[in-house]
Structure formats: structure tokens, C-alpha cells
Design a protein around this ligand. Sequence first.
Ligand code: ZN
Length: 260
Amino acid sequence: VRIARFSTGSDVRFGVVEGDERQPGTLTVATLAGHPFGEAALTGERHALADVRLLAPVLPSKIIGIGKNYAEHAREMGGDVPGTPVVFLKPSTSVIGPGDAIAYPDVSAEVHHEGELAVVIGRLCRDVPAGRVPEVVLGFTCANDVTARDLQRAEPQWARAKGLDTFCPLGPWVVTDLDPSDLAIGCTVNGEVRQAGRTADMVRDVTELVTHVSRSMTLLPGDVILTGTPAGVGPLQVGDEVAVTVEGIGTLTNRVIKRG
Ligand code: ZN
């Protein structure tokens, strides 16, 4: 099931996206009563997807990032895979939705894309044992862990490098019935392939990451864990169109504008 968050005018709703993605004209969204965390019911209302504006599929209380979770990316960053996962936070104010603009900030001259698989948490949890991870995961979406690489090098804490406004595009929707263990993941800039990997190459898989993070902090419905980026990170420029695609989910596309 594909769960989207969308607006029609001033109304913001969750809904279930139905139809064949290869024929975008056939896609519709069936409105959910309330939210998708827990018992969800359809209202009976339905829109053509083309008539609604897709929003970030969730509003996380926190976004937890994982550094260097693909060995080849660790190498291109000039290091090894860390013995203990590097965990960082991105603020809720960094989240934007599909089609929203990434704002290139004045405080950086080196903004990079990082295409990633994002895990969306479905219920309040902590100390989740490996066998119960599927119970706490609502599903998966695409993410771009946009990073100011110059600030990341200059500052030991990555709060600014990873946390600038608009630096966490999420979407286009959450897919609930997906095995994340071996999916193609890619990132293009202006149609040119920059990153092309497989989630099977993660050093620590989704189960390990949820287990690890939930031992340290309580996860809330809608929280997001970014699972790391494959090799091929590189610069974005004002005017670029960047697209992250994960097999079985879809494509998250954002344009880069100058922060105004
Ligand atoms: Zn990342």
C-alpha cells in the first residue's frame, strides 16, 4: 500500500494511492479518515493524483541519519566504515515534500545530494528487538539527505551541515508492503546518473539500524531513519533538478533554488 499526505486547497489529508505508476494518469488517491498510524479507514472520497499536491508523507518529530553505511561511500569520503554506526539528527524544519524546492543557502558553497532509503516508524517504541522491527515500521520512502559538505568538514557537529532548511526532501509516499533488503537505489541530477547502488550493500541493514537507534532513543510514529547513501555523492547547483529513486517506491524529485 502507498500512503501519501496531500493537500487540496487548504485541506491536508493522508490517503492511499491506487493505480499503475507506469501510467501516471490512472493514479488516484483515496482519502483516509485521520492518520495512517493505527486503525485506518477510508472516507470514500477519492481524487485524481494530478489534482492534489503531494506533501512530505510524514511530519517526523525527528529524523535520524546514519553516516557511512555503504562501504564504497565511506571510501569516497576518505575513511572506513565506523565500528559503531555514526548517528546524527536532522531537525523537523529540514523536511520538504516531493516537488518542493531545495533552498541553496548563503552559508555554504558545497551542497551535496545523498539519495537514501528512509524507514518510517509506525508506532511509539524503544528497545525494539530484531524480531519485532517489522511491527514498528510503517513503511519506506525515498529521501535526499542534502548535506553542506564544507560545513560538515569544518564543524565536528553536523547540526548545520545536515540540518539546514529544506535539506530533507521526503516522498513521494510511504510504501508499507516492501522488503527493503535488496532494492535498487539511485540519484540523478538533471537526468544524469550520479548514484546507483543496492540496499543489499548496506553495512547495517534496516533491522540492525532500528534496533540500534531504539536502544538509545524512543521512536515516535512518523519518525524517520535515513539508512545512509551509496557512493557517488556530489555537488548540486542552483537550477538543478535532483531525483532519488528507490525500486518499489518511486521517485522523489526536487529543484534547487537560491535561498531567498
Ligand atoms: Zn546521508
